[in-house]
Design a protein around this ligand. Structure first.
Ligand SMILES: [Zn+2]
Length: 530
């Protein structure tokens, strides 16, 4: 038999949770042709990879990636592919760049520049189909896209606080239906972001009626803005209510304990387990860190976002309006912005403040933290992002990590990095999420390798309908990670976040080597999937 690639002598962790076993893998074209003993003689092979002493698993699938724009500006995407992430599901939280008309693309890509970075402007993102073409064979990894609440609501109602009813609702439903027909893998919303947060629970239900026609899930970042519009005051009760009323699948984004709830896994899972026992179809995801990352406008109430970036800058640049904005921050439930760190700042003027604590910048500028934040957003025209500083108490930090690994033992969990791969001091999850979990934390908490791999491969492939991916079997796509299970680990940290991992020598995407000997190859064999 003739193969394009043969991987010899490795131990296969096939993604199903089955115990690892030694086998050679023969690849022809994009797919796995044979698994078993491949004799050294009698088979023609263009390329042989020696995997003696190494493990081979399906490529990791990231169910929560904010690389929407990063992948368009640098398709090599070393931060993900070097970890073994062969598929990125972009557009989580409903924050994305398609489907958008040219005018709305210009406006919304600007609005999102604090999270997504600066997106290229000269591309067609007017539909999911058009967006898929911008990624197809132009990235090292495969790309799947959610239909995002943000663009769909923008196209139907603009950047305005108006209810989606009547014609507006019809327009949104039509756009969602088209997006799902064109291959979007679910509906994603983030209810602390705009225009998403101007919705109420009825709107979410009306949109999920459409997703039900396609049996696609809702991926939700729980509501903490405009809670008065939500069933049960937002949060978990609202998400469960949508699933209950519409009979659709539900996926919780970044669901874990934090510094306040450390050690209380049973308590945070109680309402979800109760809903599951009533028959609701629920999955969840997390990343293995105790704190998150976002953009500063998430701290400000809904009225500030109306009209989009130009209006927002007018508010920020007017002393009276800025003072009122800061006064009204308390209208939404927010954690005090002190203790955050700037991860990315666009201008040369302020770039040196990347990595600085908000409190220290405020002291330097001689203003309050809130005032500093508003001024930075004005000076940067919104192109700035932040993360939360990890708990100073390392015991709490370790407890949250232990909780996360306890959550990963559940068969309904998967991994979403929530990576924001922009700026000089990003959250370390962009370079370390998967390898931290499969390496450092698996070993620390004596977690079975085949189980953590299953959560990163078969689980997400099944949940989001990624055909022929997520397991190693004959006929499946050859998305593979070859790693040293003793060495694999993250090297990115909060103080030095842009460092690639170790212990992952080779990564294949659709049968082609995207990483060889711990270096990216330049191969852009990723496809727009499913
Ligand atoms: Zn996110």
């Amino acid at each position: 038999m003739a193969f394009d690639v043969v991987i010899r002598g490795g131990t296969v962790v096939d993604g199903t949770g089955a115990p690892p076993k030694k086998a050679d893998i023969g690849i022809t074209g994009k797919r796995i042709a044979t698994i078993g003993d491949i004799p050294a003689t009698g088979s023609e092979t263009a390329k042989t990879i020696d995997a003696n002493g190494l493990h081979i698993s399906p490529g990791f699938i990231d169910v929560h990636s904010h690389a929407d724009a990063a992948l368009l500006t640098d398709g090599q995407h070393a931060s993900g592919i070097r970890q073994g992430v062969t598929t990125e599901i972009i557009s989580p939280d409903g924050l994305t760049l398609a489907p958008l008309s040219p005018e709305n693309y210009k406006m919304y890509s600007w609005y999102l520049s604090g999270i997504l970075g600066i997106a290229p402007q000269d591309i067609d993102m007017s539909s999911i189909e058009a967006a898929r073409k911008n990624y197809h064979h132009k990235t090292s990894c495969n790309v799947a896209i959610f239909a995002g609440h943000g663009p769909i609501r923008l196209e139907a109602a603009g950047m305005n606080d108006v209810p989606l009813t009547g014609d507006r609702l019809n327009a949104a439903q039509t756009l969602l239906r088209e997006s799902l027909e064109q291959g979007a893998v679910g509906f994603a919303t983030g209810l602390s972001y705009y225009p998403n947060s101007w919705s109420d629970t009825d709107e979410l239900c009306a949109l999920m009626e459409v997703a039900r026609e396609f049996d696609r899930p809702m991926s939700i970042h729980l509501r903490n803005h405009n809670k008065d519009r939500a069933f049960g005051d937002g949060g978990v009760p609202e998400a469960l209510e949508v699933a209950r009323r519409t009979g659709t699948k539900l996926h919780f984004e970044h669901f874990r304990t934090d510094a306040k709830s450390a050690g209380q896994v049973d308590q945070i899972m109680e309402p979800i387990d109760k809903a599951k026992s009533e028959g609701l179809d629920i999955t969840l995801e997390t990343y293995p860190y105790p704190v998150g990352s976002s953009f500063p406008q998430a701290f400000f109430p809904g009225y500030f976002h109306e009209g989009g970036p130009e209006e927002m800058l007018r508010t920020l640049n007017d002393e009276d309006k800025r003072a009122e904005l800061i006064r009204r921050m308390s209208e939404i439930s927010y954690t005090a912005p002190a203790g955050n760190v700037w991860t990315h700042i666009n201008s040369e003027k302020n770039k040196h403040l990347e990595g600085w604590l908000f409190d220290d910048v405020a002291t330097e500028w001689g203003v309050s933290v809130e005032e500093m934040m508003a001024r930075m957003m004005a000076e940067e025209a919104l192109a700035c992002g932040m993360r939360v500083a990890p708990p100073g108490n390392v015991t709490i930090w370790r407890q949250v990590e232990e909780d996360i690994m306890q959550l990963m033992a559940r068969p309904d969990y998967m991994v979403g990095s929530d990576s924001i791969p922009v700026g000089g001091m990003p959250h370390p999850r962009a370079y370390g999420c998967f390898v931290r979990m499969v390496g450092r934390l698996r070993r620390r908490y004596y977690y079975p390798l085949e189980q953590v791999v299953q959560r990163m491969t078969q689980n997400p492939a099944e949940r989001f309908g990624l055909t022929d991916r997520g397991v190693i079997a004959e006929g499946k796509f050859a998305d593979l990670v070859i790693f040293d299970e003793q060495k694999i680990t993250d090297r990115s940290s909060f103080e030095d976040p842009k460092v690639h991992p170790e212990g992952v020598p080779h990564v294949l995407v659709n049968g082609k080597l995207a990483v060889e000997n711990e270096a990216v190859t330049g191969e852009l064999a990723g496809q727009a999937i499913p």
